[in-house]
Ligand binder design. Structure first.
Ligand code: SF4
Length: 314
């Protein structure tokens, strides 16, 4: 059965992620890379060019995501974007960012002129909570200025991303109300998926607590007509429109060290896995299992084992 993504929504199966740079100007508590970021090498121009040429030649992915840690701190980003855009192949060139540098209108103008036409911007809370999570006072104001600047570009798609954690869980209702009012096409909410065996920073939120606040969040997002895209949550959780589960893991070019660490996360773990047809579901992380248990009563297999992957609520 074919993966179904509604027209107009971002379909990550059509994207390839190329991680180019691992510098960052934030120090986010929720960063998946925080423990290994300093050990990851940038891709380098030669390898980057080879990757892009291969992608274009194979015609497998029509969209490109430039990612890493914070790619806007890479002073050759515009050159990399121009190279990808020069093939006139990619329909979308997305930059994943904390949005702070987009507060500089000239910087943003240049990126868009070079070929970026989609931004995926992390917003983890309203002012104080966001700054507490990023570890940088004033970062929310800069990110917000970047989002306001983006509103001027009619052909540019903007998506926000929030990582659920103990610092923002009690603020999600007003945050969703705020995000719903921005000129964006989708609101993504990621369940924290620690790379290690434990939740060292006590950031994970239990699923029962999340399910209590989810209806309030949906109430806030609903009138905007935007989907609330749930990533790395068990797909059998009772959600409902405008929530949609999307656990597609796009093809991603990253240093091997990342994949070694990612192997410790427990990706895909679930007591019901053998009976479940949700093949894209990430299940629960090792850290979650240690902290809260396997939630066997709360989770239940979706469809038959042969059913297709991700189950959307839309
Ligand atoms: S039962 Fe299926 S959908 Fe639910 S968490 Fe397990 S694998 Fe995911």
């Amino acid at each position: 059965m074919e993966r179904k993504v509604p027209v107009g929504r971002v379909d990550l199966a059509k994207y390839i992620v190329v991680s180019v740079w691992f510098g960052c100007n934030n120090a986010c508590s929720v960063c998946m890379l925080s423990d290994i970021r300093g050990t990851l090498p940038p891709i380098g121009l030669d390898r980057y060019r080879d990757v892009i040429r291969d992608v274009v030649r194979e015609e497998r992915f029509e969209n490109l995501i430039l990612s890493g840690a914070e790619v806007t701190t890479f002073n050759e980003l515009d050159r990399y974007v121009r190279f990808a855009a020069s093939f006139d192949w990619f329909r979308k060139i997305q930059v994943q960012t904390n949005g702070r540098r987009l507060a500089d209108r000239r910087y943003l103008d240049n990126l868009v002129a070079c070929g970026v036409n989609e931004f995926f911007v992390s917003v983890h809370g309203l002012e104080e909570v966001h700054d507490a999570i990023t570890g940088v006072a004033g970062s929310f104001r800069e990110t917000l200025a970047g989002l306001r600047n983006l509103e001027a570009y009619k052909g540019v798609n903007v998506i926000t991303n929030t990582v659920l954690n103990q610092t923002n869980v009690r603020e999600l209702r007003p945050l969703m109300n705020f995000l719903a009012g921005l000129r964006t096409s989708e609101i993504h909410l990621w369940n924290l998926f620690p790379m290690g065996e434990t939740d060292r920073r006590d950031l994970l939120v239990g699923l029962p607590e999340f399910l209590q606040i989810l209806p309030e969040m949906l109430e806030e997002v609903g009138p905007s007509g935007k989907p609330l895209v749930l990533k790395s949550f068990p797909e059998c959780l009772p959600a409902g429109a405008p929530a949609v589960f999307d656990d597609w893991f796009p093809v991603t070019v990253l240093p091997n060290r990342f994949w070694q660490e990612f192997g410790r996360s427990g990706f895909g773990s679930c007591v019901h896995r053998e009976k479940c047809g949700a093949r894209e579901c990430w299940g629960l992380s090792n850290a979650y299992l240690r902290k809260f248990g396997d939630e066997r009563e709360l989770l239940s297999p979706v469809g038959g084992r042969d059913a297709a992957g991700s189950r959307g609520a839309d």
